[in-house]
Structure formats: structure tokens, C-alpha cells
Design a protein around this ligand. Structure first.
Ligand SMILES: C[S@@+](CC[C@H](N)C(=O)[O-])C[C@H]1O[C@@H](n2cnc3c(N)ncnc32)[C@H](O)[C@@H]1O
Length: 242
């Protein structure tokens, strides 16, 4: 039977507890299912932020800190890279990957950010939006905490347009991805959640429209792997109208 993505508060709790359950082997899982390509896409995310030395950046849904650590390299010693996630298990792994404590990891909800208005130069999120109960609430919060002209960059799954390629990717996500996951964590249903959550996630065009509707400007996206993975870039207007 097809996996049903839970809704509302049930989804929030499901995602939070399941990511903690799979945290220890999450990086291995990512490497296996993307054949290491997620590293390349994450480098592109950091490039798209336009961050400079000394800037302040936030990586939402940071997981094991892959993007956060890259952001830290970009902003340098004088800058700050925050990584925020609501899963304690994921945060524990992120801290072991940053033994010197160069990044600032914190627990929190991507739809309610504990940051002051206009305090950050860039906000990123990697494979996170799909898991949120209300993506629009996250966009409103990101817009609030970004400085005028600041950038938001999201990496996530997208829709493949070419019918044959779509069929191939769909087989891969629905058959191979859960199989790889279940080999790592026998009996774990989280790996059926992944492809099911992608089905109900907006297309790249729809997400771009949502970003504009929430007040971002110069929204654009880049497709990778025929659109199965997408990078969105959006700017907070230099002067934000009320
Ligand atoms: C697929 S993982 C991505 C991790 C990392 N960004 C990466 O690309 O490797 C999604 C992460 O989003 C986190 N997450 C989901 N919903 C969240 C929320 N409402 N607030 C904060 N973190 C959330 C999960 O705990 C998980 O670590």
C-alpha cells in the first residue's frame, strides 16, 4: 500500500522522531542514494548565497551540518554560520562533525525562527522544505530575519518533465531509495516517507511562485538531473514594503 504522508502536527512529530532514528547513518544513506552528488549540489547552494567573509548565515533543517560547515568556510573566522534543526539526533551528529565548535548549532523550528528581524545575510535550506507542515510560514520567517537584499537558497527535489525520464526517476525513488534505506535500517518506514513526501511537494515553478507571493524578488531556479533536484534562489527586496 502507498505510504500516506501524515498531516499537520502528526507530520511534525513523525518527521522529528524519524530523523532522530536515522541520524547516525543519514550521511551514508545520502551518499548511496545520490552517488555522492549531494555534495556537488550543496557546494552550489553555498555559491548561490553570495556570502562574503564576516557575514552571518543560517542553515535551516541543517541535519548533520553538511551545508552549515560549508557556509562556515565561506564566511570565515570573522563570520557566523548557524545550523538549526528540530531533531536532537541530527544535531548530535552535526556536533561530532564540528569538534572545534566553529559553527553554532541550535535546536529550533524552521517555521518559528529565534533570530532578530533583518539580522542575517543569507539563509539556506537543504532537502528541508518538503518536510515542513507549512512552507509559507517558513518563507515569512526567512523574509523577516534576512537583511534587505539578503538571499534565500533552497535545495530540494523537483518534478521531472520528460515522461520517460520521469518514469525512470520515479522507479528509482519508489523502489531503490526505500530498499537502500531499509538495508541500513531494517524495518524503518521513514524510507517510504521520502518518495511519498516528494509527490506532494510543489513543482519548481509552483515553489518559485510561492516565494514571490511571500515577498521575495528575483526568484530563479536551476534544475539538476533533469529537474529531479532543484536549487531555488530568492532575494529579500532592498526595501521591504509593509
Ligand atoms: C532530509 S534532512 C536534510 C538535512 C541536511 N539539510 C542535508 O541536506 O543533508 C531534513 C532535515 O530537516 C529537519 N526538519 C524537518 N522539519 C523541520 C522543522 N520544522 N524545523 C527544523 N528542522 C526540521 C529534519 O530533522 C532533518 O534533519
Amino acid at each position: 500500500m502507498e505510504f500516506q504522508v501524515p498531516q499537520g502536527q502528526e507530520k511534525y512529530q513523525y518527521v522529528q522522531s524519524k530523523f532522530t532514528e536515522i541520524a547516525q547513518k543519514y550521511d551514508l544513506f545520502n551518499d548511496l542514494i545520490t552517488q555522492g552528488m549531494h555534495r556537488y549540489w550543496k557546494n552550489k547552494v553555498v555559491e548561490a548565497t553570495g556570502l562574503k567573509k564576516g557575514d552571518k548565515a543560517l542553515d535551516l533543517c541543517c541535519g548533520t551540518g553538511d551545508i552549515t560547515l560549508r557556509l562556515k568556510k565561506k564566511v570565515g573566522e570573522e563570520g557566523v554560520a548557524f545550523g538549526m534543526d528540530f531533531s536532537i539526533g541530527m544535531l548530535q551528529v552535526s556536533q561530532t562533525r564540528d569538534p572545534q565548535g566553529t559553527c553554532r548549532f541550535l535546536q529550533g523550528d524552521a517555521m518559528k525562527l529565534p533570530f532578530a528581524d533583518q539580522s542575517l545575510d543569507a539563509v539556506t535550506v537543504g532537502f528541508g522544505l518538503r518536510n515542513l507542515v507549512a512552507i509559507g510560514d517558513c518563507f515569512d520567517e526567512v523574509l523577516r530575519v534576512l537583511k534587505p537584499g539578503g538571499r534565500f537558497v533552497s535545495l530540494d527535489m523537483g518534478k521531472v518533465k520528460l515522461p520517460l525520464a520521469n518514469w525512470v526517476f520515479s522507479q528509482y525513488f519508489h523502489q531503490v531509495v526505500p530498499l537502500v534505506g531499509k538495508l541500513l535500517y531494517p524495518g524503518q518506514d521513514m524510507f517510504d516517507y521520502f518518495p511519498a513526501s516528494a509527490l506532494v511537494y510543489p513543482s519548481q515553478e509552483a515553489l518559485a511562485t510561492m516565494l514571490e507571493q511571500h515577498g521575495f524578488e528575483k526568484v530563479r531556479f536551476t534544475n539538476y538531473h533533469l529537474g529531479s533536484t532543484v536549487l531555488h534562489q530568492a532575494f529579500k527586496p532592498p526595501v521591504c514594503l509593509p
